[in-house]
Design a binder for this molecule. Structure first.
Ligand SMILES: Nc1ncnc2c1ncn2[C@@H]1O[C@H](COP(=O)(O)OP(=O)(O)OP(=O)(O)O)[C@@H](O)[C@H]1O
Length: 253
C-alpha cells in the first residue's frame, strides 16, 4: 500500500497540494485524473519521494519514502516523469538498460541483459534498439521511456501521462499490459497513473482519484467516480457517461 496523510506541498510561494490524504492499496491500476494544474504530477512526485512536502508523510509499504536510501527507493517505486531529461545520444537499448541500474549499480549481469531485452520486446522496440534517441519520433521516444521504467521491475509503477504521444494502438497495448501486470497473483504489481484520457481510465482503472485545486475531490472505484456529476465538478464541463459493450464511455458534451 502507498499511504499519504495530511500532505501539503508549496512551490513558488503557492500552495500546490493542500492537506491531501489517501490510501492506495497494492495491486490494480489507480488513475489520477483532474484538470490541468490540479496537482496530479506534484502528488505523483511526492509519492516517488522526489518532492519533499511542507507537511505530511508518504509511506510505501509501511516505510516513509523520504527515509529510504536512494537504492531501496528505486527498487520500490519507478517513476515515469512527464518531461524526463534524457541524453539524446543514447541508444534505445542503453536507455532501457538504465532501468536496471538500481539492481546492478553499474555491474550489469545476464539477468539485467535479459530483462532489458524483454522490455524492448514488450514495447515493440527491438527494431529501434540501436537507434539514438534523438532520431526517434515523439511516440517512439515515449515508448522507450516507458520501457526503461518497466525494466526497473519495481512493485510500484508511477506513470505521469504515459499515453502522451502514443497512437491508439500503442496506448491500448500499454494499458492492456499494465492491466495484466496488476491482476492478483504472485508478482502482481501496482500502478498509479496520471491520465487525461477519461475513457482510458474508465476502461482500465480499478480506482480513480479525482483531483482539483490541489485537493482530492473524490476517490473510489472507477464506476463511482466517473459519473457525470463528479466529472462536471472537477472539469467544469458537462459529460454524458454512456455504456458500450458493458463498459462506460465518457463523452464531453
Ligand atoms: N515549482 C513550481 N513553482 C510554482 N508553481 C508550480 C511549481 N510546480 C508546480 N506548480 C504549479 O502547481 C500546480 C500543479 O501543477 P502539477 O504539474 O502538479 O499539475 P497537474 O495536475 O499535473 O497538471 P497537468 O495536467 O497540466 O500536467 C500548477 O498550477 C503549477 O503551475
Amino acid at each position: 500500500m502507498i499511504s499519504f496523510s495530511n500532505l501539503s506541498f508549496e512551490a513558488g510561494g503557492a500552495c500546490i497540494l493542500s492537506d491531501v490524504s489517501s490510501e492506495i492499496p497494492a495491486g490494480g491500476i489507480t488513475a489520477l485524473i483532474g484538470p490541468n494544474g490540479a496537482g496530479k504530477s506534484t502528488l505523483l512526485h511526492c509519492l516517488a519521494g522526489l518532492n519533499t512536502p511542507a507537511a505530511g508523510e508518504v509511506h510505501v509499504e509501511g516505510a516513509p519514502v523520504l527515509s529510504l536510501p536512494d537504492r531501496d527507493r528505486a527498487r520500490a517505486v519507478a517513476l515515469l516523469q512527464q518531461s524526463q531529461t534524457i541524453v539524446n545520444r543514447l541508444s534505445v537499448r542503453e536507455l532501457v538498460a538504465f532501468g536496471r541500474w538500481p539492481h546492478h549499480q553499474g555491474r550489469p549481469g545476464a539477468e539485467d541483459a535479459r530483462l532489458t531485452e524483454a522490455a524492448l520486446e514488450t514495447f515493440d522496440l527491438l527494431p529501434l534498439a540501436d537507434r539514438a534517441l534523438e532520431t526517434l519520433s515523439g511516440g517512439q521516444r515515449q515508448r522507450a521511456q516507458v520501457a526503461m521504467v518497466w525494466a526497473q521491475s519495481t512493485p510500484w509503477l508511477l506513470l505521469d501521462e504515459p499515453l502522451n504521444a502514443l497512437d491508439p494502438k500503442y496506448a491500448r497495448d500499454l494499458m492492456h499490459r499494465l492491466h495484466e501486470l496488476t491482476r492478483p497473483g504472485p508478482g502482481a504489481r501496482s500502478v498509479v497513473v496520471v491520465l487525461h484520457d477519461i475513457n482510458a481510465a474508465a476502461t482500465w482503472a480499478d480506482r480513480v482519484i479525482a483531483m482539483k485545486d490541489g485537493r482530492i475531490h473524490a476517490s473510489g472505484p472507477s464506476a463511482d467516480i466517473l459519473t457525470p456529476g463528479v466529472l462536471e465538478e472537477i472539469y467544469e464541463t458537462r459529460f454524458d457517461v454512456l455504456e458500450h459493450a458493458g463498459r462506460p464511455v465518457v463523452v464531453a458534451r
